[in-house]
Design a binder for this molecule. Structure first.
Ligand SMILES: [Zn+2]
Length: 96
C-alpha cells in the first residue's frame, strides 16, 4: 500500500545549500565556529539553514536548508535536537 502523502524522493524540492562565514562565535573549537552564532534577540531572524537551540539560545547553522524531521546537534550545550514544524515555523526540540 502506498501512502498518497509520501512523495517519491525525486519529486521533492532539492535542499538549498549555504556558504557559512565566520561569525565570531567563540564558545566552540575554531573549526566549528561557523556552524553557530549568537541569537540577537527580538528582531533577529533565522535563515532557512538555521535553528535556535531552546536550551542555550544559540543559533545552529547548517550548510544545508533545514526541514522538519531533521536532527541537529548543539555543540555549545551538547543537546541533540529535532526540528518540528509548529504554526508554519521550524522549532528545535530536545531529544531525550
Ligand atoms: Zn544549545
Amino acid at each position: 500500500m502506498t501512502d498518497p502523502l509520501e512523495l517519491p524522493a525525486s519529486a521533492r524540492r532539492p535542499r538549498q545549500t549555504f556558504e557559512l562565514e565566520e561569525t565570531g562565535f567563540n564558545e566552540v573549537p575554531k573549526r566549528f565556529r561557523r556552524f553557530y552564532r549568537r541569537w540577537r534577540g527580538a528582531g533577529d531572524k533565522l535563515g532557512p539553514n538555521e535553528a535556535l537551540c531552546p536550551v542555550c539560545k544559540v543559533v545552529i547553522r547548517s550548510t544545508k536548508e533545514l526541514r522538519a524531521g531533521d536532527r541537529v546537534y548543539c555543540m555549545p550545550c551538547m543537546s541533540r535536537l529535532e526540528l518540528v514544524e509548529e504554526e508554519g515555523m521550524l522549532i528545535a526540540k530536545v531529544i531525550y
